[in-house]
Design a binder for this molecule. Structure first.
Ligand code: DOR
Ligand code: ZN
Length: 365
């Protein structure tokens, strides 16, 4: 495709986003809010967002940090624990701004200590979700030291997801950040009601980029990047146009100091590059026809929401777009996902007020 070519798409949404809180929220929010219409905001704060009241307060903090004129809509989630009450679930349904309940297997990822270890304990909640039509968003990895980290998605599907779907056939479920061929095949084979979000990093990297030629902690995320054949399966699903697969960045910022240490945190901050990287990959895959479905239509349809009414225009550039290596300074620095190489797509129309909020002073950690 020639430089100068323009592409108009319905404004995309991000169906899986970590915005954090405090200084990190200020740093990360503008990059998502300038582009995306809505985003599903993950609840794994410390302490986690477990009640509608906490979610309402968190939503308020996000809205308060948006620059004037930015209509970004945070769709909140609740962090499911073994003691989440049915009353909380009913309240959640009534809000109109709470998109899903998030299931973290205990210990499987960042801040999941209060997650679920005995799935039977949450059966009444799952029953209620099924009845109310509120989706369950799932971190699909088993946390078992006896299971190889590269197999944890597949084993989760076998031991947890499949029995759960059998017991709750009408429960709407999103298998978040699907990362393996097994995961993709499972979603494809399922009846309606099961969908998967797909991240830019699982579309772009395999475990070689993480581990070969020097360990790169900035590409460490969970689920961990897998084999090339897995990446290709995830890519085929994304470009297929199949409505069950949609964009969820899983942009998960951590301060550089917490990434570059022993026991460093899992998570990749990709909000600044996610969209152009996906456009470029779809272009390279000859699949620009499916781009809008993946980024702007499929997720909304799954969540029962209308697509955004406005649009973005992207332009192919002759020169690589400048991507900052990191944003912030010193202790409050976050590395930006480099998306596997130079990027040649840029949003030229439709950006909303965003990054300038970075100029506001950032409070100490
Ligand atoms: O890489 C990840 N980072 N995966 C997750 O599941 C959580 C996330 C985070 O919150 O940092
Ligand atoms: Zn996540």
């Amino acid at each position: 495709m020639q430089a100068g070519t323009e592409l108009r798409i319905t404004r995309p949404d991000d169906w899986h986003l970590h915005l954090r809180d405090g200084a990190m929220l200020r740093t990360a929010l503008p990059y998502a809010a300038e582009l995306f219409g809505r985003a599903v905001i993950m609840p794994n704060l410390r302490p986690p967002v477990r009640s509608v009241q906490e979610a309402a307060a968190y939503r308020r903090r996000i809205l308060d940090r948006l620059p004037p004129g930015n209509g970004f809509q945070p769709l909140m989630t609740l962090y499911l624990t073994e003691v989440t009450s049915l009353q909380e679930i009913r309240r959640a349904r009534q809000t109109g701004w709470l998109a899903a309940i998030k299931l973290y297997p205990q210990g499987a990822t960042t801040h999941s200590e209060q997650g679920v270890s005995r799935v039977k304990q949450i059966y009444p909640v799952l029953e209620a979700l099924q009845e109310l039509g509120l989706p369950l968003s799932v971190h699909g990895e088993i946390n078992d030291q006896d299971v190889d980290i590269f197999d944890r998605e597949a084993v989760f599907i076998e031991r947890v997801l499949e029995p759960l779907r059998r017991d709750f056939p009408d429960l709407k479920i999103v298998l978040e950040h699907v990362s393996s061929r097994t995961g993709v095949d499972y979603v494809r084979a399922a009846a309606a009601g099961l969908a998967a979000s797909i991240t830019p990093h699982h579309l772009l990297i395999n475990r070689n980029q993480l581990l070969a030629g020097g360990l790169n902690p900035h590409l460490y995320c969970l689920p961990v990047a897998k084999r090339e054949e897995d990446r290709q399966a995830v890519l085929r699903a994304a470009v297929s146009g199949d409505p069950r697969f949609f964009f969820g960045s899983d942009s998960a910022p951590h301060w550089v100091v917490n990434k570059e240490k022993s026991g460093g945190s899992a998570g990749i901050f990709n909000s600044p590059t996610a969209l152009p990287a996906v456009v470029q990959l779809f272009e390279e895959s000859g699949a620009l026809d499916s781009l809008e479905a993946f980024c702007s239509l499929n997720g909304a349809r799954f969540y029962g929401l209308p697509p955004n009414q406005d649009s973005l225009i992207l332009r192919k550039t002759a020169e690589p777009v400048r991507v900052p290596d990191s944003i912030g300074e010193g202790e409050t620095r976050v590395k930006v996902f480099q998306a596997g190489g130079p990027l040649f797509w840029q949003v030229v129309q439709g950006l909303r007020p965003g990054r300038e909020v970075l100029d506001r002073p950032v409070p100490a950690l």
